[in-house]
Design a protein around this ligand. Sequence first.
Ligand code: NAP
Length: 278
Amino acid sequence: MSATLIDGKAVAAALRAEVAASAATLSYTPGLAVVLVGDDPASAVYVRSKDRAAHAAGIAAQTHRLPAETSESDLLALVHRLNADPAVDGILVQMPLPKQIRTEAILDAIDPAKDVDGLTPTNAGLLAAGRPGLVACTPAGVMRLLAGQPLSGARAIVLGRSVLVGRPMAALLTMADATVTLAHSRTRDLPAECRRADIVIAGVGRPEMVRGDWLAPGAVVIDVGINRLADGRLVGDVNFAEAEQVASVLTPVPGGVGPMTIACLLDNTLRAARARRG
Ligand code: NAP
């Protein structure tokens, strides 16, 4: 068997076009504020892509670049200013933050109505309770890639339990009536757990950890991982060449989940703008 690949770039482009078309019908320009603390090169790349994609979709993006030594209270002051700014509909503070800043303190300060990353305790809690709110972008993107796959009653396994990926992913799959196993670094016999699943979502940050013989024939496999190898290659958490022989559907890295994250950020910004401004 050779798996059908899901073209995340194409699905993301369609969503970005949808957001742009909706934004063009509004009487105001939705605003997105992105905050970058420090000079982590990967974060700088993400922030530039977010800025470009927002402008292309008719969203006014402003990027706030702060030095690596910024104090927690200075960052909190900026978040409070952005919370109060009526032109700002969405706030995204790029993670990871320098170690003198407590991530929880910043997330607690972001107005949940502007939390387009879906990471505040309010939005994470609403999702856990199965209630509407702003949903974390990467798992929201995965759900869009899974559109058309039978989820109701399916056995799904999510590898990784981070606040950013695994936990919201498990909640979304549960809401879609899948039977979900949330696995992590202490899970016993992970290959056997994976082999039981119809749907495998890998978000662990371990290059090519999921091998072909971990998968049930015909499994649907979504690879969230983005890992840079020493030789410069970008690979996922799934061994692509092996998985392609066993899975029925598979996402590539790059070009699978990655592009969906930014597209969902734009979608969340539009949702937040509509909800705030009516
Ligand atoms: P994270 O916060 O480091 O969490 C990793 C999770 O994986 C943890 O729950 C950890 O378990 C689990 N884990 C680690 N090693 C494991 C192992 N050997 N077996 C089973 N579970 C293991 O990472 P993250 O932020 O969720 O990101 C995960 C991956 O997704 C990374 O490659 C990241 O680059 C990628 N990512 C991609 C996008 C995108 O746009 N495509 C967005 C975000 C993240 P414990 O909890 O037990 O430690």
